[in-house]
Structure formats: C-alpha cells, structure tokens
Design a protein around this ligand. Structure first.
Ligand SMILES: Nc1ncnc2c1ncn2[C@@H]1O[C@H](COP(=O)(O)OP(=O)(O)O)[C@@H](O)[C@H]1O
Ligand SMILES: [Mg+2]
Length: 299
C-alpha cells in the first residue's frame, strides 16, 4: 500500500536474548492520528527508535514514505518528540529553534509565531536551562512543527504537561494531521488519547494485541454499558428487584447491559414510571478495553 506514510511489517527486535518486539505490523496513512498504547516496557519507545533508525531492526521491515529508517530521506521527512527532551541548555528557546530551522533547510519559518503557537512566547529569550520539563516539551513540539514532516512520532508527549497544555498538544497534533502528516503517539496514559485519535494500537509485551478504531474495539470487545438508575426515596430495593440490578445506595441501582440491548433496557426501565428519576449511561472506557485486549491470549 503506497498510500501509507509509515509502514511497519513483521518487525522483530531483540535485546540480548529477550525478544522485546514480535512480528509487529502497523501502518499510518497521511493525516491519520494513531495512538500506540501499552504499559511501561511494552516496546513503544523501541518501535519508535527503530522507525528513526536509532536502533537496528532484527526482522521485518519499515518504510517511511518509501524510505529506509535512518536514511537522509527518511530523516528529512520525520519529526520526533522524544520522551524527555534535551536541548542546548545555554541557548534561548528562539536561538535553539532558529538553529533547528537552519539545519532543516528549506523555507525560513516564523520562529516567533511558532513559539507563540506552543505557548512559549513569554520565554523565547530565556535560556533553556531555566525551562521546566513541560516547557522543554513545548519547544520540542515547536521543532516538530518546523519541517512539515510526512511522519511525526511523539513519545509520551503528555508526560510533564499540565492539563491546559494537553489541550494545546492535541490542537497541534490535529493541525499536523490536517496538513497530511501521519502522526503516531506513544502513550501509557490511556484516558488522554480517547476520542483524540483515529485508531488505537495496543502493544502488550512487544506483541500487537489490538489495532482498530475506538468504536470497533468497543464493539468487538463486547464490553457492557453501565446503567445507573436514580430512583425515588425508598424505592431502590424494589427497582433493583424489578431490573435485576444491584442497589448501590438508598437512591440508585446499577446494572450492566450489552451495547445491543441498551435501547431495549432503557425502554423497559422508562416504563416503570415516576419512581425512575434519571438514568445515567457509561459506555466502556478505554481503560476497560485496554485491560480486555491486554488479557486476551495471555499464557
Ligand atoms: N537500551 C536498552 N537496552 C536493553 N533493553 C532495553 C533498552 N531499551 C529498552 N529495553 C527493554 O526493552 C523493552 C521495551 O522497552 P521500551 O521500548 O522502552 O518500552 P515502552 O516505551 O513501551 O515503555 C523493555 O523490557 C526494556 O527494559
Ligand atoms: Mg517508552
């Protein structure tokens, strides 16, 4: 498939005798945002380093917009935000970014606009040594935006960021994708990628155990939706009995139902009349899915 900006085929990686990646397939199309999820040690950073040509590929192959990892072409087309970003501490943010822009060649970008874009306009003339981890990561993001890359690899981009700049981060990711960049975001922080990515791939001990849209993962996992019924005072036991649910306090009853039974259940409960004050539905969370897919095939 020539359409994909990033193609990983049957990738294997060994560290000594330990196999840390096994037969991993992963493709990312231009403009697609893919989350690569997995616990610490699952192999996310290793896979990214293989894409960058920073560590060897022990089996299978990887193509970046048709180029081999580590080649000049691949490097020119790839942007990378490492897990912890280290710049030259004595340079200011503006100096560091100007230096990167010069190294990248091409058009001379508007450095101040870029720094403003990542929320660093107040710190452009401060030395990087004075930056917090979050600020260094923002500078790293500015660097990612510099070259209009074909592929952007972000390794744990939200570590060290405060919640507000997490929103900024996703605004930037969406901007990259809108310009046709294939974006791969490695994260162990599950809640953050929910609804923010087009597809989710889950690595477990170096093996890809899931790769689909959030909606399809939910559907295929068959995880139940939680229903919480708020009932009128003194009616909880009665409603628990009638619904087959469980009373969780004086005023609510909880039950679980399959996604395809949801409307039927809702109608049945609504028909119970005024004793039902409210119904709250909670679909399975990414965390539940993650647990589900991580367990599957466990030996
Ligand atoms: N430089 C290295 N030398 C030896 N083992 C490593 C090295 N880097 C990572 N590993 C091992 O490879 C596995 C995958 O690690 P990593 O790719 O960093 O996982 P993740 O990024 O998902 O947390 C882990 O078991 C880790 O201990
Ligand atoms: Mg990592």
């Amino acid at each position: 498939m020539m359409d994909n900006a990033l193609i990983i085929r049957s990738a294997d990686k060994f560290r000594g005798k330990t196999q840390v990646l096994t037969d991993v397939d992963l493709v990312v199309a231009p403009g697609e945002r893919v989350a690569l999820l997995g616990h610490n040690g699952a192999g996310k950073s290793t896979l990214i380093k293989m894409i960058l040509g920073l560590t060897s590929i022990d089996g299978g192959d990887i193509s970046i917009d048709g180029a081999k990892p580590g080649s000049n072409v691949a490097r020119a087309r790839t942007a990378f935000l490492p897990e912890s970003v280290n710049f030259h501490p004595t340079l200011t943010g503006r100096e560091q970014l100007t230096l990167f822009a010069r190294l990248a060649g091409g058009d001379r970008p508007d450095i101040d606009a870029l720094l403003d874009r990542v929320g660093l306009s107040e710190a452009t003339n401060n030395r990087i040594a004075t930056y917090s981890k979050g600020m260094r990561q923002r500078l790293g993001l500015a660097q990612v935006l510099l070259g209009q890359p074909k592929v952007a690899l972000l390794d744990e981009p939200t570590s060290g960021l405060d919640p507000i700049s997490r929103q900024d981060l996703y605004a930037i990711i969406n901007e990259l994708a809108a310009h046709g960049t294939a974006v791969l975001i490695a994260s162990h922080a599950l809640t953050e990628v929910e609804a923010q990515t087009d597809r989710i791939a889950i690595l477990r001990k170096g093996i890809k155990v899931a790769d689909d849209t959030l909606a399809n993962l939910s559907h295929n996992a068959g995880l139940p939706t939680r229903m919480r019924i708020l009932v009128q005072a003194g009616q909880a036991d009665q409603i628990a009995k009638a619904t087959g649910g469980e009373r969780i306090n004086g005023a609510s009853v909880e039950l679980y139902c399959d996604a395809n039974q949801k409307m039927q259940e809702l109608r049945r409960i609504a028909a119970m009349g005024d004793v039902v004050a409210d119904i709250e539905l909670t679909p399975p969370r990414l965390e539940d899915l993650y647990r589900h897919y991580s367990k599957e095939g466990q030996t």
